[in-house]
Design a binder for this molecule. Structure first.
Ligand code: AVJ
Length: 324
């Protein structure tokens, strides 16, 4: 039987295929994009509030302390209306700091969050409408690049926000592809503000992905629980342990779930079995850290010039403003 022939009409075949493929390869892996179901969204919210997870705090500090300079650099002193497009806004906590300031300063712009999740988008636009009444919001439910492509010839300058070190989930090659594609869908003079996590004390980085309360561990294990639910599988989450590591040369933080014993997991929904050796890893997530040289190279290779770097006080994180 193939996945397309399964009897369960509720099963998401794309999910089933990706999970089976990842678990059939050697080494095994699972796509981190599947972390974000309802429980995963909630756990990621908790991660963003942890002391160890400095990334969110740094970016919040940058937006709070440098909102004036950020706003000025978006408009270059011109009064022309523009579009502030955000990829993957989430709950918009950081963006709201900037939006409030821009509205109070009577900057002429429309905020356009793009998300493929209609649910996430409507939650965000609802809360924005009640919290910042004078804001012009136009949520777009689409793929990032399709949405940007549709806006390319509307005659408005664009500033794209891609925050939170979301680029860090991509390999270097994927990041180059992503940024090239982004650049192709912008016009000369359009801008990108991209949040990137910087190389730093390796212990600080490791602690961010290995918090004492075990929230990041639950965040990873939750994908096994999701597979149990959606593919009628029998992962015993107690038999796996979260293990992050950081390579200070490549800047790659990789998270693994390690099988603590030899075991067989049944995926009844797709009639498959997966065998684990004792101490066999599943590669779960990449969170890449960059240095400024790598950021410059990435910008230039994808057709951008760097206008300005906005750092937090500790230089842990950068919101880097690029112009096409
Ligand atoms: C949302 C992809 C930026 O990689 O730092 C947080 C996700 N994973 N803790 C990151 C995450 C574990 C996060 N990003």
């Amino acid at each position: 039987m193939t996945i397309n022939e399964t009897k369960n009409p509720k099963m998401n075949t794309e999910f089933a295929k990706d999970i089976l493929q990842g678990l059939s390869e050697n080494p095994k892996s699972l796509p981190s994009k599947y972390f974000y179901d309802t429980k995963g969204d909630k756990l990621f919210q908790d991660i963003m509030h942890m002391d160890e997870y400095y990334l969110t705090n740094c970016e919040f500090e940058i937006f709070t302390n440098q909102k004036e300079a950020l706003t000025k650099s978006f408009t270059d002193g011109s009064n022309a209306p523009f579009e502030l497009v955000e990829f993957g806004a989430g709950d918009g906590l950081k963006t709201k700091v900037l939006l409030r300031h821009m509205v109070a300063s009577e900057v002429d712009f429309t905020y356009m969050p793009i998300d493929i999740s209609a649910n996430a988008l409507s939650k965000l636009t609802q809360s924005l409408k009640s919290e910042i009444q004078a804001l012009h919001v136009k949520g777009i439910e689409n793929d990032y690049f399709k949405a940007l492509h549709d806006l390319q010839n509307d005659g408005k300058k664009k500033v794209v926000l891609f925050l939170g070190s979301n680029i860090g989930n991509l390999t270097l090659a994927e990041a180059k592809g992503f940024l090239n594609h982004l650049s192709e869908n912008l016009n000369k003079g359009d801008k990108l503000l991209i949040g990137m996590d910087l190389k730093k004390d390796p212990q600080v980085i490791l602690d961010a992905y290995n918090d004492k309360a075990g929230i990041t561990s639950s965040f990873n294990l939750n994908l096994l629980e999701r597979i149990n639910e959606e593919l009628d599988a029998d992962f015993d989450v107690e038999a796996f342990q979260h293990f992050p590591n950081y390579d200070p040369i490549t800047g790659q933080t990789k998270s693994y779930l390690i099988s603590k014993k030899e075991q067989v997991v049944k995926l009844k929904g797709i009639e498959e079995e997966i065998k684990f050796e004792a101490w066999e890893p599943i590669y779960m997530e990449l969170s890449r850290k960059y240095d400024l040289k790598e950021i410059e190279a990435l910008a230039h290779e994808s057709g951008f010039e760097i206008s300005k770097h906005f750092f937090d006080k500790r230089n842990y994180f950068v919101d880097s403003l690029w112009e096409k």
